[in-house]
Design a protein around this ligand. Structure first.
Ligand code: ATP
Ligand code: FE
Length: 338
């Protein structure tokens, strides 16, 4: 079984090839065009996808050493994401599959992030989470705790009621005048700072829900106050601010996750999505594994942010279930994982 995966939900155009569950290639073109705007500009993203999609797919097939006639199916991200971006990948995937006379498999982008844990590289000894497991999905658009019963059976236990964790980091980084996306920049600065230097307000909401908009406001107002005395406050305390912000976010995320582990009795715990690239969060996972005996699963850096390998992997599972889709299925911008 050879699956071509295509991802175009936000600002990365990506294609990957998976053969019998093993990843042969994963090619991603990122879009630098958005940096100047401090965020993704949907119309520009869509146009860049149009330019990138053909060369990215060709390169993925080339690196995999697979010709298009050998493909079993084309898997593509149907949603959620930016409509204009999704349309490029969805249209390409449908046209390509139809021209080759092979099935198409639609993939939920969030399910893809979770199943990134099953991506296997050639000759890799890979420990994947065992079902049922809990997955903390933290990305630019989502922060949720998911109970994963099977590849195709996921249940959201709780999610953010406002901003996502990645969104909060990106916004705070913008307030500090740092670049976009803020996640990797904050991560780098945080490694040199004191995580206990400042405290910011944490939400008090019930259940497994998250909230990050209050933190963003608390961060902004604190900065304003401090800058009254020292206009260059940010410059002087950049690393401590980054470390304290990261520490607060990681604390909020882990507190609810601990609760979910305790309540469900499931101690197979994974993390996924762009924010799982964060070193502070990764360290917190390792500490929890040591302290509470969790079996933890942290994805490789390359499979944290958007990539087509996770889409091809999900497509591979769905292909085995003969879970194909018809050409009339439109892209969707918003939908839950289940
Ligand atoms: P979604 O998957 O919810 O649709 P998305 O696809 O835009 O959203 P991802 O690509 O999974 O999100 O993740 C992007 C987010 O991850 C951004 O907010 C970015 O700042 C954040 N991020 C990336 N690397 C790091 C890091 N090292 N530390 C913290 N955050 C990071
Ligand atoms: Fe994503």
């Amino acid at each position: 079984i050879i699956i071509l995966g295509i991802e175009s939900s936000c600002d990365d155009t990506s294609a990957a090839v998976i053969k019998d569950g093993v990843l042969l290639s994963n090619v991603t073109a990122s879009q630098a065009v958005h940096e100047a705007y401090g965020g993704v500009v949907p119309e520009l993203a869509s146009r860049a996808h149009q330019q990138n999609i053909v060369p990215v797919v060709s390169e993925a097939l080339k690196r995999a050493g697979v010709s298009k006639d050998e493909l079993s199916a084309v898997a593509f991200t149907r949603g959620p994401g930016l409509m204009g971006s999704l349309l490029v990948g969805v249209s390409f995937a449908k046209g390509f599959a139809r021209a080759l006379g092979i099935p198409m498999v639609e993939v939920n982008h969030l399910q893809g992030h979770v199943l990134a844990h099953f991506i296997k590289e050639p000759d890799e000894v890979h420990a994947s989470p065992k079902f049922p497991f809990l997955c903390l999905l933290v990305s630019g658009g989502n922060s949720q705790i998911i109970r994963v019963n099977a590849y195709n059976d996921m249940e959201v236990l709780g999610q953010t009621i406002d901003d996502a964790a990645g969104e909060a980091i990106d916004k705070c980084s913008k307030v500090m005048g740092l670049g976009y996306p803020g996640g990797p920049i904050i991560d780098k600065l945080a490694r040199q700072g004191n995580p206990k230097a400042y405290t910011f307000s944490k939400p008090h909401i019930p259940g497994y829900a998250y909230s990050f908009s209050g933190l963003k406001t608390s961060f902004l107002y604190s900065l304003r106050d401090w800058m009254k005395d020292d206009p260059d406050f940010i410059e002087h305390h950049k690393v401590d601010l980054a470390a304290s912000l990261e520490h607060t976010i990681v604390d909020i995320l882990m507190e609810k996750l601990r609760k979910a582990v305790k309540d469900t009795g499931i101690n197979e715990v994974a993390v996924a999505g762009g924010v799982s690239a964060n070193n502070g969060l990764r360290n917190a996972f390792r500490e929890h594994a040591a302290k509470y005996g969790w079996n933890i699963y942290i994805p490789k850096f390359g499979y944290t942010t958007d990539n087509a390998a996770m889409i091809a992997m999900t497509g591979y599972f769905k292909y085995q279930d003969k879970d194909f889709c018809t050409i009339d299925k439109p892209a969707y911008s918003r939908v839950s994982i289940k």
